[in-house]
Ligand binder design. Structure first.
Ligand code: MG
Length: 502
């Protein structure tokens, strides 16, 4: 009975998902409230969970169930939701099954060790001490990709982890087009020397008041605090423990305190996606976010397209002035808007503005793709990094800590992750263009602090579908258009071109 096998498969899926949810909760706790000395026992707990999740996902029982359903010839009759669940569980099973347990363990150990070496190397601007670890990580990542398999190039196996179905060869022309549009735009903006005063963002905003303010915005945007929390951590993140338990964090450690607000809006975007998945699909792919790229489209859309818009601050700037009596009285709303959107090439990705951000990602995509296909040696990485940085952004990092060592991703062995940031921006721009067509008075709504219609639209088009469609298909269905750079380039030219001298 195929129905019975499918029911059993879902049961297994829910169990694996429950284990994953425990692992995420442990991670959240580690980043927020865990005392320092809890580190060692936490590592053991997480390693055990990782092993259990791997064993269950790669289990012979799961394989038998998948084979029974797929071989029954009756998968079609189970309907589109079941087909999506079977497709995604098969994909996950294959990926885990094909990788030898010894390799999984070696990767985990190396990543843990590399992370510690990376922290120190970054602090000392000392790439040479990290290079042997990174060589090891590149070697293991290649072995992993070769074990999982790929059709075109090794990088695809890694990219597929974060963006199912996406290939490097598909991303390359998108990045090419962004580069040819954005590099000249950045040059024009820098050349125009429109000095934008951003000093008011660094005034003494009380951190607790700012967090309360952020919490108010989160609530207005539709974040359900009965199914979520907002806490503090060193780096902001969103942790979807489950659909009805979504933890977001912000950080107090910014050079501009106001950035803490944008971090909240960003993480709320991720959080709303989790909260918008359908509870009846809990614990199955249909009830899970489809990819990191789509996830990032949600956070970026709320943060940049909505949160950094003029109409958003028409509503919130007077409230900000009120929340911090006296602090912002001399600032005109227009100056504030200019400051939160200032374009300034900086060596640091996480501090980058909307225009330069994708060039940071492009640089990483090119370098990691070269590393994995043996076109670039780890030893030559810093020079390659600095060369590209100079070419794309016109700056050279003063030291490796703010250059090649700045991100944690490679230390963790997360190759193929970076492009999802830019895919997120591309999807977001495409969604933004569509929603503005369907809700013509969107700006007026935002200017009144009304977001429910926007959220309803994005829920209908994206959230409720879970992993029903692959990312590119989901966005095509939502917007009626194939993935392209036009909406993002048009948006950036419009917002930052002439107004910023570009
Ligand atoms: Mg994000």
């Amino acid at each position: 009975m195929v129905e019975k096998a499918y029911e059993k498969l879902l049961e297994r899926s829910r169990e694996i998902s429950a284990l994953e949810s425990v692992a995420r909760l442990l991670h959240w706790d580690q980043q927020t409230y865990m005392p320092e000395k809890g580190q060692e026992s936490r590592s053991q707990q997480r390693a055990l969970l990782a092993r259990l999740i791997h064993e269950r996902t790669a289990s012979p029982e799961l394989r038998r169930l998948l084979e029974e359903i797929e071989g029954s010839g009756r998968l079609e009759s189970l309907g589109p939701e079941a087909r999506a669940n079977v497709r995604e569980l098969r994909r996950e099973h294959d990926r885990q099954f094909k990788v030898p347990a010894a390799l999984v363990e070696e990767i985990e150990k190396t990543a843990a060790l590399s992370y510690r070496v990376w922290v120190e190397a970054k602090g000392n601007d000392d790439f040479d001490s990290f290079a042997p670890r990174l060589e090891e990580i590149v070697r293991l990542s290649k072995a992993w990709a070769d074990a999982v398999g790929y059709q075109h190039e090794r990088y695809d196996a890694l990219l597929d982890t974060y963006e199912p179905g996406m290939r490097a060869a598909e991303i390359e022309p998108l990045f090419e087009s962004l580069r040819s549009e954005l590099v000249p735009l950045v040059r024009r903006i820098v050349g125009a020397r429109c000095e934008v005063d951003t000093s008011m963002l660094r005034r003494k905003f009380d951190a607790a008041t700012l967090r309360r303010f952020g919490k108010g915005i989160a609530r207005d945007l539709g974040f359900d605090f009965k199914a979520g929390r907002l806490d503090a951590s060193a780096h902001p993140f969103c942790c979807g423990v489950s659909i009805t338990d979504v933890r977001i964090t912000t950080s107090a450690e910014w050079s501009n305190p106001i950035d803490a607000l944008f971090a909240v809006i960003h993480e709320v975007g991720h959080g709303l996606y989790h909260q918008g998945l359908l509870p009846r699909h809990r614990g199955t792919p249909m009830g899970s976010a489809v990819s990191l790229g789509v996830h990032e489209s949600q956070s970026r859309w709320w943060e940049n397209f909505i949160g950094r818009s003029r109409s958003f601050w028409e509503h919130y700037f007077p409230k900000l002035q009120e929340a911090f009596p006296g602090l912002m009285d001399d600032v005109a709303p227009d100056r504030f808007y200019g400051a939160i959107n200032a374009v300034r090439p900086s060596p640091i990705r996480v501090e980058a503005d909307e225009v330069t951000y994708n060039l940071h990602v492009l640089l990483r995509f090119e370098l990691e793709r070269d590393l994995l296909s043996d076109r670039l040696d780890v030893r030559d990485l810093p020079e390659a990094w600095n060369g590209k940085m100079e070419h794309y952004l016109g700056i050279r990092p003063a030291a490796s800590g703010e250059g090649v060592l700045q991100d944690v991703h490679w230390a963790h062995g997360m190759f193929g992750y970076f492009p999802t940031y830019t895919l997120g921006n591309l999807y977001a721009a495409q969604l933004d263009r569509r929603i503005r067509r369907e809700i013509p008075d969107l700006d007026a709504m935002v200017g009144r602090g009304e977001f429910h219609e926007l959220l309803a639209w994005i829920r209908e088009k994206i959230h409720r579908h879970g992993s029903r469609y692959r990312p590119a298909e989901l966005v095509r269905r939502a917007t009626g258009e194939a993935l392209s750079t036009t909406p993002l380039v048009d948006y950036l030219q419009g917002k930052f071109g002439p107004p910023y001298g570009g």
